[in-house]
Ligand binder design. Structure first.
Ligand SMILES: [Fe+2]
Length: 438
């Protein structure tokens, strides 16, 4: 594919980027932060007596998290309905089901506020639902062409607070909702600052119920955001847009994202084994949730790139979890392929992972990082050893995956720090078939 990071300014006006920008929801973090949800809503201008919707799934309703939040809001004079029909990796029709619920209960006026509770799928369902209620029409109207109509969101809608129950996706702060389009076998995002939540309330006590396999999978997604953010291109390697509104959502790494990605890698790599093997360890859970938040602030601002681009076609075709797909693809894509672009940076990433790189040249240190990352996956004991183990994928299927990646994920591939062709993507998929021998 054509590799370009250009903006739409005429060529005589092109100049290097000199400005960076970050936009975040309000963030409230800590043990039992849930007890401050009512305060958070008041702070967003939601008055007592307002009628809101909690968007979640059946599991979180059954284990009592949705009820805990409903009780808290009711005690604080709000009226609340619960929609527990969110699906994993939500499809367009899953969003339409939630929209129908809202329109049946409240007609087009919708609710006064929304609370998304759960993993990334629940949070994205809440984000997409609020966006369509506020802007009218259907989800496909706002998905990029040619899959959707590519219409811009003009309104954010009523206040939306997101409460993650996994330490991983970063959906609570990101400006995108990822939806699968079943008829086309692809995943697409509705991407806009208007889809971003108004506040994120992160409470580690909501994450201790997550079982070991989901803890590991979501952690590898978080680590992927931190690593991609740490190793992507710098913001000033882009061109400066004439109109600031044209500055891309994923705009490269900045001094701010650099700080967050380093801290995220430290927190995640030092706590993931503890959180997976002892889920009740609240300190480890808190560190993981913080690490995932920091990884998202870094990676989902600087930009997810090649690994995420390759993960979406895999997830959509084989219905694998996003985090385990990221885990399987990271060694071949983020580490092996991209490190050729800037081995020094990967050597410093290796040191953050605790690798003793003394006496190694940067290339050797990057290789040692790959070994360390694979060892981490093996230690967690619940992750697949490659694409083949993940979903029985063989070399025969890689052609299709490479083509899909290039055809549907240009938005992410354009952010990759190293130019990438369809042939490169093919080779990286082949590399990722087997990361280790069982
Ligand atoms: Fe991700």
């Amino acid at each position: 594919m054509e590799y370009e990071r250009s903006v739409s300014a005429p060529s005589h006006e092109l100049s290097p980027e000199t400005v960076w920008h970050i936009q975040m929801p309000q963030i409230r973090f800590g043990r039992n932060a849930t007890d401050e949800l009512a305060f958070q809503l008041h702070d967003l201008g939601v008055d007592e007596g307002a009628h809101g919707l909690i968007v979640t799934d059946k599991n979180l309703a059954n284990i009592g998290h949705a009820g805990r939040i409903e009780d808290h809001l009711t005690e604080n004079e709000f009226t609340v309905d619960i929609y527990d029909g969110s699906e994993r990796e939500p499809s367009i029709s899953a969003i339409e089901n939630c929209l129908e619920f809202v329109r049946d209960e409240k007609s087009e006026a919708g609710y006064n506020f929304f609370v998304g509770l759960g993993g990334g799928s629940c949070l994205d369902t809440a984000k997409a639902t609020r966006a369509v209620i506020a802007n009218g029409g259907s989800p496909l109207d706002y998905i990029a062409e040619p899959t959707g109509e590519g219409k811009a969101l003009d309104e954010s809608g009523p206040p939306l607070v997101l409460m993650p129950t996994t330490a991983g996706t970063g959906a609570e702060i990101s400006p995108v909702a990822i939806l699968s389009v079943a008829e086309k076998d692809i995943k697409e995002g509705i991407s806009s600052n208007h889809i971003r939540a108004d506040a994120a309330v992160l409470d580690p006590t909501l994450t201790t119920t997550l079982p070991p396999d989901l803890t590991a999978k979501t952690a590898m997604d978080a680590l992927g955001h931190a690593m991609e953010g740490y190793t992507t291109h710098e913001y000033d390697s882009l061109l400066r847009p004439t109109d600031p509104a044209e500055r891309p959502v994923y705009a490269g790494r900045t001094p701010l994202t650099e700080m967050f990605s380093k801290k995220a890698i430290d927190l995640l790599s030092n706590n993931v084994r503890k959180a997976v093997h002892n889920g009740d360890n609240l300190e480890a859970r808190e560190n993981m949730l913080q690490g995932a938040l920091f990884g998202a602030i870094a990676g989902l601002t600087a930009g997810a790139s090649l690994c995420h681009a390759m993960a979406y076609p895999v997830g959509n075709k084989y219905h694998t979890y996003h985090g385990e797909t990221i885990a399987v693809l990271t060694p071949a894509s983020t580490i092996d392929y991209n490190s050729a672009n800037d081995p020094e940076r990967f050597a410093s990433l290796a040191r953050r992972f605790g690798v003793d790189t003394a006496g190694m040249n940067p290339r050797e240190a990057a290789d040692a990082l790959k070994d360390e990352y694979v060892q981490l996956q093996r230690d967690l004991n619940v992750l697949p050893s490659g694409l083949n183990d993940l979903a029985g994928i063989t070399e025969d299927e890689v052609d299709w995956l490479a083509k899909q990646t290039v055809d549907t994920q240009a938005r992410l591939l354009r952010c990759n720090p190293r130019p990438v062709t369809e042939e490169d993507v093919y080779d990286i998929f082949v590399d990722a078939l087997y990361n280790w021998e069982d």
